[in-house]
Design a protein. Structure first.
Length: 198
């Protein structure tokens, strides 16, 4: 980088003569040159004290569950439902002492086939004045070709039927749903106790 040269004495004299004869273009806006004040010296940045954390491993305080299935078992879900029917009749039904007046076997059907069949069966039984019917779903097994990213749980129909029985149009006809006794199919069947027809 080249050094700026200073004015020679003859150049300095010429410059002063020009400066004395110069007329301002806008006299009303004459400004005096005031040097900018020196900026204040920067204060040192405050040092933030970072708390010292004890050595730890991510996830060390997590309580690990024994399994990954967060949905309660069907038997537990049904047992948690409020009792709407007579307690003595429910106890006899649960022990297999009451005989179902009609039954439907949905085992082997797809969800699309089973749903309308269940609706037709329950509504007809209710219209006929029946009180206890048996819905057979089978326990279900995992299909060997089920390798999808979200595998279907075994017994999809068995898990879906209680849900259908609570929803319209069947919910208005159904009073109680319970797992069947072993002699009527156990976990592969449901007792459905119907309301009295109006």
């Amino acid at each position: 980088m080249a050094r700026r040269r200073t004015l020679r004495p003859d150049e300095e004299e010429l410059w002063q003569a020009v400066a004395r004869s110069a007329q301002p273009l806008h006299p009303q806006r004459v400004r005096t040159h005031t040097p900018k004040p020196d900026p204040l010296p920067h204060a040192p940045e405050p040092r933030v004290q970072v708390p010292a954390f004890p050595h730890f491993h991510v996830g060390e305080k997590v309580r690990h569950a024994s399994g990954h299935d967060l949905v309660p078992a069907l038997r537990d879900q049904l047992a948690a439902q409020p009792l709407r029917m007579d307690a003595k009749s429910f106890a006899r039904m649960s022990r297999g002492k009451l005989s179902p007046e009609a039954r439907i076997d949905l085992h082997g059907m797809t969800l699309t086939e089973a749903h309308p069949e269940l609706i037709r069966f329950i509504l007809n039984a209710h219209a006929d004045g029946l009180r206890l019917v048996l819905v057979i779903t089978g326990k279900g097994s995992r299909r060997p070709d089920d390798h999808g990213p979200i595998p279907q749980r075994p017994g999809v129909l068995r898990h879906q039927v209680p849900h259908w029985l609570r929803m319209p149009p069947l919910g208005a006809a159904v009073l109680q749903v319970a797992m069947a006794h072993l002699k009527h199919g156990g976990e592969g069947a449901y007792y459905v106790y119907l309301r009295r027809p109006r």
